[in-house]
Design a binder for this molecule. Sequence first.
Ligand SMILES: Cc1cc2nc3c(=O)[nH]c(=O)nc-3n(C[C@H](O)[C@H](O)[C@H](O)COP(=O)(O)OP(=O)(O)OC[C@H]3O[C@@H](n4cnc5c(N)ncnc54)[C@H](O)[C@@H]3O)c2cc1C
Length: 382
Amino acid sequence: MQETADPAQFRSELRAWLESAPRPEGLRDYGPTPTVEDVPAGRAWQRLLADAGYSCLHWPVEYGGRDASIMEQAVFAEETARAGVPKQLGIVGTNLAAPVIMRYGTDAQRARYLEPIRLGDHLWCQLFSEPEAGSDLASLRSRAVAQDDGWVIDGQKIWTSAAAAADYGLLIARTGPERHKGLTAFIVPMDLPGIEVRPIRQMDDESKFNEVFFAGVRLPDEYRLGAVGQGWAVATATLGTERLSLGAQSVSMFSDLEAMIAAAAQRDRITPLLGDEFVSLWTRIWLLRATWLRAVYDDSSLDSPTFSVLKVMSSETHRDLGDLAVDVLGLDVTADFRDNALARKMLVARAQTILGGTSEIQRNILAERVLGLPREPVRKDG
Ligand SMILES: Cc1cc2nc3c(=O)[nH]c(=O)nc-3n(C[C@H](O)[C@H](O)[C@H](O)COP(=O)(O)OP(=O)(O)OC[C@H]3O[C@@H](n4cnc5c(N)ncnc54)[C@H](O)[C@@H]3O)c2cc1C
């Protein structure tokens, strides 16, 4: 990765652009993935980012990115959070699918899928988790059976963010009995006959999650990503990238804390106790940001357990920041959360400790790979 000569200059140019750029109608900072309603504004926003050279910063220059240093990515995360705009149309396309297409895809797949992701024309979803296979992803059962002309897919996925509006999905399916070597990755056009998407209503009244059912879905072999049996390698590469992205998001928590303090001041609720909480969280975010920046300089390998430390630190700080909304808002927290960004944060912040590998799973990784403790028992029935 190239190092930025002057991150401060990048920051001031980006900030100036963010201040002057037009906002597509209905644009809001919807987080890593849009709801169906957010998609038109999200697409238009990503096109504006692309035209200005700010889309897919981390991609290599040959694919239209700018080979951005981690520092530039951190600055981008901070400045977009400050401006209250999304970082991209959807994180799955730009940060999860694209890197594995670059690494495992054919030239034809790279030519076909990367540019529409960069321009915001194609929204992607991640078809990994199943009802009986979340943390233990390798036990997944959705299967792809080889036919003369391709594959037939049957099975069910769950918690698929953005599936209801996605153009493509990155699917891991079982092609053989071996736990890891029996998995293969596929690119799936989401409008194929036999795919049914059922939205799940969340407690914050949004509906980003979906169940996705595959019934006899025929998929030509040109949609296979990587070799047959390489699905586990594709999945783990994706999850490593996901953890890195989560670290990048963490730097934006300063703006959330500022919003929390402003809301407390507005309600005249700042007590010494609440002040202590603010300072304690500010210190945690500050340490997190410093640790994250140092870690990416020291060791950029996505397999590093360092990213598990950061995932746990950032998601649990996020959760605690969300919980603070109860003290800040008082009884207002029970009011309609659709109109209340802080109450909504309280409801959704806990999700960070689950997605991309739960806190318990991150601790298992640290126990086994850093402390050398005995491995977790593995289910044998999968
Ligand atoms: C906001 C959000 C977005 C998501 N988006 C997607 C998406 O787009 N695509 C997708 O495929 N998935 C997505 N997921 C699903 C996510 O990957 C899974 O929720 C996650 O992997 C956990 O799996 P699970 O929910 O099945 O929980 P389980 O794996 O059933 O875990 C249940 C509980 O048991 C604990 N546990 C499990 N195994 C162990 C163990 N070995 N040791 C200790 N504790 C353990 C877990 O930590 C957890 O507390 C999303 C989740 C969230 C919250």
